[in-house]
Design a binder for this molecule. Structure first.
Ligand SMILES: [Zn+2]
Length: 173
């Protein structure tokens, strides 16, 4: 690493720059970004001219690029499967609701891991309890037990004061 570089030797200089780039990817990225922004119009014009004169070849290249990318994308999905599914699960929990076998997009309130009835942490799957099919966004994040309780109260016509209060609050907000 302490090897003295002979700057007059283009091969040595090239090697030095290449290894520097490898070790400083953020700096390279920032530089490229800055350079691009400063020369955007010129770069676009040049690339347009190039594409015009190399039509078929560039088509072939972009095809190859897509194929390569597909492969990279597939590899990414394979190695990040867990994060992707966790994210996907959280996303669909926050934005989707299945009612009567049909999936609807709903903007639910953010789920913080707490049951909105009894206030305790939800250890397993939270339930988005809704009471009006015209307003799927009116709902409560409930634990298994509180969900059972409010479902039963709805069915049997038993009033749970806290539940009534929360419903009122949500419908008027
Ligand atoms: Zn609860």
């Amino acid at each position: 690493m302490t090897k003295k570089i002979n700057w007059r030797n283009p091969e040595e200089a090239k090697e030095y720059y290449a290894s520097w780039r490898l070790q400083n990817p953020e700096k390279v990225r920032a530089y490229n970004r800055k350079h691009y922004l400063e020369n955007k119009a010129k770069i676009i014009a040049r690339s347009k001219k190039y594409h015009e004169s190399h039509g078929e070849k560039t088509k072939e290249w972009s095809k190859r690029y897509r194929e390569k990318n597909r492969e990279a994308r597939r590899r990414y999905v394979e190695t990040h499967r867990e994060e992707i599914t966790v994210y996907g699960k959280e996303y669909s929990r926050q934005h989707y609701l299945t009612v009567g076998g049909k999936r609807f997009r709903v903007n639910k309130r953010i789920y913080y891991g707490v049951c909105e009835m009894h206030g305790g942490l939800i250890e397993k799957r939270p339930r988005w309890h809704h009471w009006n099919n015209e307003h799927l966004e009116w709902g409560l994040w409930l634990c298994y037990w509180c969900h059972n309780a409010v479902e039963a109260s709805e069915q049997k016509g038993i009033v749970i004061p806290l539940y009534s209060k929360l419903k009122e609050l949500i419908e008027s907000s």
